[in-house]
Design a binder for this molecule. Structure first.
Ligand SMILES: Nc1ncnc2c1ncn2[C@@H]1O[C@H](COP(=O)(O)OP(=O)(O)O)[C@@H](O)[C@H]1O
Ligand SMILES: [Mg+2]
Length: 328
């Protein structure tokens, strides 16, 4: 099983939409996939499921079928994680269901982090909880690939989610916020990696599966939908041409004077995705990926061609990521 987290501490760049569409695309390409919603906003879950199903999964005060429900006994000190429910989305696509209550785990994940250095067993159970859920969910579905969606911050939930990921794909928008985001994100990922490796070696619990914390940057995806149309083209170009250098310096920690000026020439650029305009709301309405929209769902006229183009865009992105992480 391989795991990829999609991360940028700037919100609204398109993480959730990417995870959603890539999960469907990898399943379409024949892999068994588990999508994991570790963002307490649970947007990924609401993209996959309609309101009737969400009401069943999120009854008042109960969390038996969500990620939070599975870690709740551990957080409350009444036991360890319980077997996670994996929601069937299609034959080879499952979802670890998100939950707004997950934000309640932030404090505990935060306070247990230093305790790992003191070899405290509970600290390792708590910090490995998301990883162990992912591992169990993947085993139950015989998954080849786990895609993880997280919220837009550098907090303790994300630290625990990211150390559970072997690879990290970074969606970026060509603007000042997104590039500033990279400057915080890169050093933070490296710090988490170092700090977890110091901790991991002190795990005293025999037989407890703890993550490796590799978090290897797999590359970035330029999300052009996030470009403000009222800005002059020059501003857009300026940020676009800075992405390759900022990615190298901030994320890969290599200082370079000869990085490419165009993302199209940058081997670390996995894709530049366009603004899919009205396909996105149609897809959200239908709870389907944009590339599976049919005429009955509004994909008529010019939309029909856009749906085909979208299919090819996501198929090549899926293949490009697979190549970068050396996934056969
Ligand atoms: N390629 C795209 N084309 C058009 N709209 C998009 C695209 N990617 C994302 N969006 C829209 O942008 C908004 C933010 O995307 P989202 O995936 O929720 O970002 P994040 O998870 O980073 O906060 C959503 O309204 C989404 O529908
Ligand atoms: Mg999101």
């Amino acid at each position: 099983m391989r795991s990829i987290a999609f991360f940028n501490n700037k919100g609204g760049v398109g993480k959730t939409s990417l995870v959603y569409h890539l999960a469907w695309m990898y399943a379409e390409l024949g892999l068994s996939v588990v999508a994991t919603d570790l963002d307490p906003q649970a947007n990924l879950t609401s993209m996959f499921l309609n309101e009737d199903r969400l009401e069943q999964l999120w009854p008042d005060g109960q969390h038996s079928q969500t990620i939070f429900g599975a870690v709740q006994p551990l957080l409350e000190g009444t036991g360890d994680i319980s077997a996670p429910h994996v929601e069937d989305i299609s034959a080879n696509l499952g979802l670890l269901v998100g939950d707004l209550a997950l934000s309640a785990s932030e404090d505990e994940l935060n306070s247990q982090w230093p305790d790992c250095l003191d070899r405290k067993p509970r600290a390792f159970r708590v910090l490995s909880a998301f990883w162990r859920l992912i591992e169990r969910a993947a085993a139950s579905r015989n998954a080849d690939l786990v895609l993880v969606d997280v919220g837009p911050n550098l907090g303790a939930i994300n630290r625990a989610s990211l150390i559970a990921a072997e690879h990290v794909v970074i969606p970026v928008a060509p603007d000042v916020y997104s590039l500033q985001g990279l400057k915080n994100l890169g050093p933070t990922l490296r710090r988490w990696r170092t700090e977890w490796s110091e901790r991991q070696a002190r795990n005293p619990v025999e037989g407890l599966s703890v993550p490796l914390g590799r978090m290897e940057p797999a590359g970035y995806v330029v999300m052009q939908h996030a470009v403000r149309l009222d800005r002059p083209v020059k501003a857009y170009d300026r940020w676009m041409t800075r992405i390759p250098r900022v990615y190298r310096e901030a994320v890969l920690a290599i200082s370079t004077t000869d990085s490419p000026h165009a993302v199209a020439e940058d081997p670390h650029c996995l894709a530049a995705l366009k603004h899919y305009r009205s396909l996105m709301p149609l897809a959200q309405e239908a709870h389907k990926p944009m590339f599976f929209l049919r005429a009955a769902e509004g994909a008529i006229g010019g939309h029909a061609q856009a749906v085909l183009d979208c299919y090819h865009d996501f198929r090549s992105l899926a293949q490009s990521i697979a190549q970068h992480i050396q996934f056969p």
